[in-house]
Design a protein around this ligand. Structure first.
Ligand SMILES: [Zn+2]
Length: 926
């Protein structure tokens, strides 16, 4: 997961199908194939297999005569992970020479699961002629050959299939063969819709309880990121065959991107069914690696390797972990072991690269995907991962071109389709380039607050580059999306991710615009500051830093830049810090993995920022910078921390003490528990409670709200003052300070109201209601500088309404800062102004004041176009024309002077116009 600003909501993500509908009927296509004499095509290449599909569909399915009861025991052993028993049982049946390929298939599958590839191959050799028409057996054999040094033989086994079918098609039309064939065709790039309709759906129609077909549909849907479809098929499969751990595992995969809780539940169910289920153990290990819990991951990989010591994905994951820990020698050894059985296996490099990308090591990720593609140029997962990595490191041209290729080769790849659509939308965005930033925004939005975005980014760059001693050498791209779905697709490839405000990939920042955030948007300035801080820390460490540290620094720097940004200690966090929710500093990475709730994730951000504050307050910023340099050089995190901060246990203890002190000092008198308090109580009852528990914040708060509802303002004032004694910085919505403002307003105590509102906006960055009221009060009292500040704050939250711009313009005009009004006046033009002529006139006036005469003239002419008899506009036009004339005269005089000067220069340097001259002696210019 990339680095992000997070809100409390959980991540909800679901897939969209490109055509929004289920893949349609195949019959039309089939008849056209038959009409085209497709059957007569001589080629037996897999690339031209439409005839094959046609002929097989033309035949009707028959079910193989296998009796499920006979096989139940063998399969049960396999499902529960008793591989050895399964092998013994099935081998006995194979040795008896029973005329059914089930036994050989189950035996081969079990042998390969435990890594005995050569034996599996030999089983095939012994039954090859007997079951010559079994495609599933052939597929298993091809795998066995690949992993036992016979990749060419394995390939031939698959390549020969078309010719076999062409010779005697009716021998291949049972449902098992059709299913296996469908999988081969998909792997070969056949149209997913064709395979689904012609093979899978037809198989299901002939037998709705055909579990393997449901599983195959589920797998296909997962492959195309169509998770709704996957869940549907797999849920049905699970009902029919609850004992199969593979089904639960696939359900975990289908839920993984949208519902972590469900995914975990299914994954655990799979492992409960079979504690040696390799795919599930690998997925659990991956989850641990993602949360930097390497010891836990290693424990699970050891379990996998106990089952199959050659398991390539397990070795690939070990290799990825070694890389992340900076142990490159071990990484190489693991990769070699992963490829030992099948040297051209592209999945190994693909997996290592994917894991590195998930840890922001995009450049190394790109290298690994290229390596995978060298082994197998047609390996789609590597191609697609490469495209996404390239888009995240700013190599857009190559990235988009691969997305095109993937999209063309695989029409049902939902992610490719989504990205392609996004690219079209992005092409309509406005691009602004300045000071090392490339900012892409919706065209209208860029006119409204694009300049403010650039301004904010410039400030962030100046501040943070200096603080962390890093000069950026490459441009940073910032993309701001008015539609949340576009943001999600750019960021995750799929819709969803509703909890995220912004994400940083190192050189690329993606963010949500206020337009996508409904009534109460977050402060976009703080989001961009936070994300830009990730740019600095990620680049400083060459993307080698644990997530908690990067998040911790970003949240810390928000608060350093602006006291109203970032997260601050509150009663809830105090309680969490004093409970088992507190995580030792050395274990903070884990806090980001599968947090118990959205609140816990938010708390992880907060605690990480406290850890950073602790490190800086107690050990200084220079030491933290040194730590970042160490990380950047590839020193593993534990080692780097030990080098700079000493013993881990001591550091953990010292941080715990720091937090203890902090929480103890936070509103020490207040009792924040609400235990034993009446839920609803009258004023008198509350007063009784408070007589007993005078420090009860909850009772005092309820008392204030009760008094407010009774409109007993004088008493409410006393009560709220007491409330604020207990918790002075209570800027929560509905908390002490906002109640204080409300009461003061009712009592016409403007000074107190103003002071409460000001405090509120000092402590929270996106309280729109408070800002609107503050603007009103400052306007009434003609406090122009304060009005300008409040308007600026409002624009940092919601620039897409007129209020902030209008207040800003009024303030700066009164302050005599005409140039500062221009941007806001232009913004207002985009916001459907009620009086466009007036707006054109005011803009013209400001432009005139700063000497932008041509623009001023244009605007005043627009004003007169709207309202020809606009008196002030007419006068302004005259003044502008006069000024332009005067300037023209001056310019003419200056031109003459310049021309004369140019003549003189020409004598000295006649070659200036064209190729730069090579001076043969120093020239002295006037
Ligand atoms: Zn972040």
């Amino acid at each position: 997961m990339p680095l992000d600003s997070h809100r409390s909501q959980p991540i909800v993500r679901d897939a969209v199908r490109p055509d929004g509908a289920r893949w349609h009927s195949y019959s039309v296509m089939l008849s056209s194939l038959l009409l085209n004499n497709a059957l007569l095509r001589p080629s037996a290449m897999w690339g031209q297999v439409s005839w094959l599909i046609a002929i097989l569909c033309w035949l009707s399915f028959y079910s193989s005569s296998a009796s499920a009861v006979d096989f139940a025991e063998a399969r049960a052993k396999y499902f529960s992970g008793e591989y050895k028993a399964c092998i013994e049982l099935t081998r006995a049946e194979v040795d008896k020479g029973i005329w059914n390929d089930f036994w050989s298939r189950q035996l081969m599958q079990a042998l390969m699961t435990v890594g005995r590839y050569e034996e599996a191959r030999d089983v095939y050799k012994s039954v090859e002629t007997k079951f010559a028409t079994s495609i599933p057996l052939r597929v298993l054999a091809a795998q066995a050959y690949r992993f036992s040094g016979g990749a060419a033989v394995g390939k031939k086994l698959i390549d020969d299939i078309p010719a076999l079918i062409q010779a005697t098609p009716w021998r291949f039309s049972d449902r098992e063969n059709m299913l296996a064939l469908g999988k081969i065709l998909l792997a070969d790039g056949e149209d997913a819709r064709v395979v689904l309709d012609a093979f899978y759906d037809r198989a299901l129609k002939s037998d709705p309880k055909f579990v393997d077909a449901q599983i195959a549909i589920g797998e296909l849907a997962i492959d195309k990121s169509d998770y709704q479809e996957a869940v549907k098929s797999l849920t049905r499969a699970l009902e029919l065959r609850p004992e199969d751990p593979q089904i639960s595992f696939l359900l975990a995969k289908a839920w993984a991107s949208s519902d972590a809780e469900k995914a975990t539940k299914y994954l655990q169910a799979a492992v409960d069914l079979n504690p040696k289920h390799v795919d599930s153990l690998l997925m659990q290990a991956e989850n641990y690696i993602d949360s930097e819990a390497y010891d836990e991951a290693e424990r699970l990989l050891a379990l996998v390797l106990e089952v199959n010591v050659h398991q390539p994905e397990a070795w690939a994951l070990r290799g990825a972990m070694a890389h992340l820990k900076g142990d490159y020698k071990k990484e190489g050894e693991c990769r070699t072991t992963a490829l030992a059985k099948w040297q051209l296996n592209p999945a190994v490099d693909h997996l290592i690269g994917k894991k590195l990308s998930q840890h922001y090591r995009f450049t190394e990720g790109v290298a690994y995907q290229r390596r995978a593609l060298k082994l197998d140029p047609g390996y789609m997962p590597a191609k697609f991962q490469l495209a996404q990595d390239l888009l995240r490191v700013g190599k857009d041209d190559e990235g988009w071109s691969i997305v095109d290729q993937v999209g063309a080769a695989d029409k049902y790849n939902v992610v490719a389709f989504n990205l392609k659509t996004l690219q079209e939308r992005l092409s309509k965005f406005t691009t602004m380039e300045s000071d090392g930033f490339i900012v892409r925004m919706d065209a209208r939005e860029s006119k409204i607050y694009g300049d403010r975005v650039l301004d904010l980014l410039r400030r962030a760059k100046a501040t943070l580059s200096e603080k962390y001693e890093l000069q950026l050498t490459e441009p940073v791209t910032v993309e701001i999306f008015p539609q949340q779905s576009d943001f999600a697709i750019r960021t995750f490839g799929l819709p969803g991710g509703a909890g995220f405000l912004g994400v940083c990939f190192g050189k690329l920042i993606t963010a949500n615009s206020p337009a996508s955030q409904g009534e109460s948007p977050s402060n976009w300035e703080s989001v961009l500051w936070h994300e830009f801080c990730h740019v600095i820390t990620l680049q400083k460490t060459n993307n080698r830093m644990p997530r908690w540290l990067s998040e911790g620094i970003s949240v810390y720097e928000e608060l350093e830049a602006n006291a109203s940004w970032g997260q601050r200690l509150n009663p809830l966090y105090k309680k969490m810090l004093q409970s088992e929710d507190f995580v030792p500093l050395s274990k903070l990475s884990g806090a980001f993995l599968q947090p118990k709730s959205g609140l816990h994730l938010q708390f992880a951000y907060f605690e990480s920022s406290l850890a950073v504050r602790y490190l800086i307050d107690n050990h200084g910023l220079p030491l933290l910078r040194k730590l970042l340099v160490d990380l950047g050089m590839g020193v593993p995190i534990e080692e780097a921390f030990a080098r700079r901060y000493g013993d881990t246990a001591a550091l953990d203890e010292s941080f715990a003490n720091y937090v203890k002190k902090l929480t103890a000092e936070f509103s020490p008198a207040a009792d924040f528990s609400s235990e034993g308090l009446p839920r609803r109580a009258a004023v008198a009852e509350l007063k009784e409670v408070l007589a007993e528990k005078p420090n009860s914040y909850a009772a005092q708060l309820t008392l204030v709200t009760q008094l407010i509802s009774q409109e007993n303002w004088p008493e409410a004032k006393l009560a709220v003052d007491r409330l604020l004694e207990l918790y002075v910085d209570d800027a929560e919505p509905g908390g002490g300070i906002s109640l204080k403002a409300k009461i003061a307003r009712e009592l016409n105590d403007e000074e107190a109201e103003l002071s409460a509102l000001t405090r509120l906006t000092e402590l929270s960055s996106d309280n729109v209601a408070a800002l609107l009221r503050l603007i009103q009060l400052h306007r009434e009292s003609q406090a122009w500088e304060k009005l300008r500040e409040a308007a600026g704050q409002l624009l940092a939250v919601q620039p897409l309404i007129t209020t902030g711009h209008e207040a800003w313009i009024e303030a700066v005009e009164k302050l005599g800062m005409a140039d500062a009004a221009i941007g806001a006046l232009r913004a207002l033009q985009q916001l459907e102004p009620p009086d466009p002529a007036d707006l054109h006139y005011r803009l013209a006036r400001s432009l005139f004041a700063v000497g932008e005469l041509d623009d001023a003239r244009r605007e005043v002419l627009f004003a007169l176009e709207e309202t020809p008899r606009y008196r002030e506009a007419q006068e302004l036009l005259l003044a502008v024309s006069e000024a332009r004339k005067t300037r023209a005269d001056v310019d003419q005089a200056a031109d003459i002077k310049t021309a004369r000067a140019a003549d003189e220069i020409e004598v000295i340097a006649p070659e200036l116009d064209g190729v730069p001259p090579v001076p043969d002696k120093p020239r002295i210019l006037p």
